[in-house]
Ligand binder design. Structure first.
Ligand code: ADP
Length: 590
């Protein structure tokens, strides 16, 4: 298009240039020649009028101009007829000049004035012919110039139309070309998009055709390779997931403990055969049932719900983690634990409930308690008479015995009493464990409990120079308790403290209300309890090594059973060398 426009502009330029070079210069020359010859003629007339000198000067002056313009006209002969006209001008002008010279020579010789007849006959006709020829030259060039200008106009119009036509066809070609190009580029991209969509839907068999060897072709090759690799990874992942799932299912099916998995809406999402057995559930319809639908223990469901709400795993003592499932003929006792399953971003994604069947253990425990109860009951009577006999012997026959025998008798007396208290403790403990001790609950003021304890230890604290103090508890509410049993617990805790604090030590009884509970504490500044023992000393026969001090190791176990029978809890806070604080809870009386 640009080439076409340039060509047009060049031809338009040529057309206008032709006007200038071919015609305009000739017209200018003709005009000036007419002008010069007219001035020459007026110079001749001046001579006739008597001013010969001025007339001659004017003639000669314009003669130079005329000849110069004539020379230019001769140099610019470009059109037909122009040459003839210039020749006739040249010839006639030469004659005209010759005639003028004759006139001036004659005039100078004769010294007479010019005759107008000379002018009319000889000079004027030549002047008129030269002038006519000059005008003819000008007209010829004017006509040619007009024709050239018409031609230039035609060239310009043709240039406009042809340029428009060429521009239009160039636009159409460009449009077709861009459409073809766009199709060539867009079509492969569309194929890539389609293939990507299929891959995102899981179809890894998709392939993009490789048609060209350019960048798009190479990209298609790479894309196909990527899809194949993705397909392989996918297969591998699925195989791995299936293997892991099968492994998990095999483990769950083979373990003896029951496992139930809940989602965060407490719907069952998984349950193993053992749990089905424990909960007496058959068939797959248990999936997506609620916790309460499968588990007849609302407190466990509440615990799971609380775990979901707070996201914190509950820490509850072992004895409160027993759930009794009595769906079958025999009740089944299960030790349960609730574990939160963390998601990827550490948020909660579910809950696992583990049920461990402890029915047999419970049964063994019960048999053991029954045996201990029976044995200690049977042992108590002979031990009592044995104790009484040893006491009587010590009282009446000791003086007659040798020193060594008296010591043996004294040792027998102490051992019998130790055994008696052990048997009594064992009997008490097994009775409480078996639930055979009836609690006589009443609303008890805390100062009453404290006063009892103080009365019991009055003489002992005095002897050992130990200060037993009580924090004011007058404004505390009454507690719901069996007063005798709680006094027993407090007495046991104080007697332990008394046994371990040194001379001049301190024991303090405090009570503090926290919510619907009162916390009762016995604090001492004795040797304290090593950390590894703190959770174990409430078990039977557990004593801190090297600190047995004549006890049975059953006192704290009995305390725990009594507190548990009251629905409370007992624990110790201690650091070696910094004393111990035993605390238990009782419910506030309604
Ligand atoms: P025991 O009859 O041996 O006192 P307990 O069950 O009452 O049995 O106590 C268990 C063990 O706990 C004791 O043997 C003792 O080692 C430790 N113990 C209990 N109370 C205290 C205390 N106030 N200070 C230090 N140790 C204590």
């Amino acid at each position: 298009m640009v080439a076409w426009a340039v060509t047009n502009l060049v031809s338009l330029g040529k057309a206008t240039d032709a006007i200038l070079s071919e015609n305009y210069r000739s017209i200018l020359a003709a005009e000036n020649m007419v002008d010069a010859i007219e001035r020459q003629d007026s110079g001749i007339l001046l001579m006739y009028l008597g001013d010969a000198q001025k007339g001659i000067a004017q003639f000669r002056e314009n003669e130079m101009g005329f000849l110069a313009w004539l020379a230019r006209a001769k140099d610019n002969i470009t059109i037909a007829g122009e040459e003839g006209l210039v020749q006739s001008i040249e010839t006639d002008y030469a004659a005209y000049r010759g005639r003028f010279s004759e006139l001036t020579d004659m005039n100078a010789a004769a010294g007479s004035p010019f005759q107008s007849s000379d002018y009319q006959e000889t000079v004027y006709p030549l002047f008129a012919r030269v002038r006519e020829a000059c005008i003819g030259l000008r007209n010829l060039n004017e006509q040619t110039m007009y024709a050239a200008s018409v031609n230039a106009g035609r060239v310009a119009r043709r240039a406009i139309w042809s340029t428009v036509a060429v521009a239009a066809s160039a636009s159409i070609v460009a449009l077709i070309f861009s459409l073809v190009l766009a199709r060539r580029i867009v079509e492969p991209i569309r194929r890539f998009m389609e293939a990507s969509r299929k891959i995102s839907l899981g179809d890894y068999t998709v392939q993009v055709p490789v048609e060209t060897g350019d960048e798009l072709g190479r990209l298609a090759g790479e894309f196909n390779q990527m899809a194949t690799q993705l397909g392989r990874y996918h297969e591998m992942n699925i195989d791995q997931i299936i293997a892991e799932r099968n492994k998990g299912e095999a483990i769950l099916a083979s373990i003896e403990d029951g496992l139930v998995v809940f989602d965060t809406r407490l719907k069952v999402t998984g349950i193993n055969p053992a749990a089905r057995r424990f909960l007496d559930l058959n068939g797959p319809e248990n999936a997506l049932r609620c916790c309460e639908d499968i588990l007849p223990a609302s407190d466990v469901c509440n615990l799971i719900r609380k775990t979901v709400e707070t996201g914190i795993q509950p820490s509850i003592p072992d004895e409160q983690r027993i759930v009794t499932l009595s769906k079958g003929e025999k009740p089944r006792h299960c030790l349960f634990s609730v574990t939160a399953i963390g998601g990827r971003d550490r948020s909660l994604s579910g809950i696992v409930l583990l049920l461990k069947d402890v029915t047999r253990l419970k049964e063994v425990e019960r048999l053991k308690s029954d045996f201990i109860m029976a044995a200690s009951h049977e042992l108590r009577t002979p031990l009592t008479s044995l104790g009484m006999s040893v006491d009587l012997l010590l009282e009446h026959a000791a003086q007659g015995l040798a020193e060594k025998d008296r010591e043996l008798l004294q040792a027998a007396h102490e051992e019998v009493h130790r055994m008696k208290s052990l048997v009594n403790d064992l009997l008490d403990l097994s009775r409480i464990e078996a639930g055979r001790v009836e609690m006589e609950f009443e609303n008890v003021p805390i100062p009453t409990l404290f006063d009892h304890v103080q009365a019991v230890f009055k003489s002992q604290t005095g002897m050992k120079e130990v200060a037993l103090t009580m924090a004011p508890a007058g404004d505390l509410p009454k507690v719901r308790a069996d007063a005798n049993k709680i006094v027993w617990v407090l007495t046991n805790l104080v007697s332990n403290a008394l046994r371990y604090v040194g001379k001049g030590g301190h024991i303090q009884l405090t009570a503090l209300r926290i919510g619907r509970q009162v916390h009762l504490s016995v604090r001492d500044d004795g040797p304290g309890i090593p950390e590894e023992y703190q959770s174990r000393i409430f078990q039977k026969f557990v004593q801190v090594k090297g600190r047995e001090a004549g006890g049975t190791g059953l006192g704290l176990a009995i305390c725990k059973e009594i507190v548990r029978a009251h629905g409370g809890a007992i624990w110790v806070e201690s650091a070696p060398g910094r004393g111990s604080t035993f605390t238990f809870t009782l419910a506030v009386a309604r």
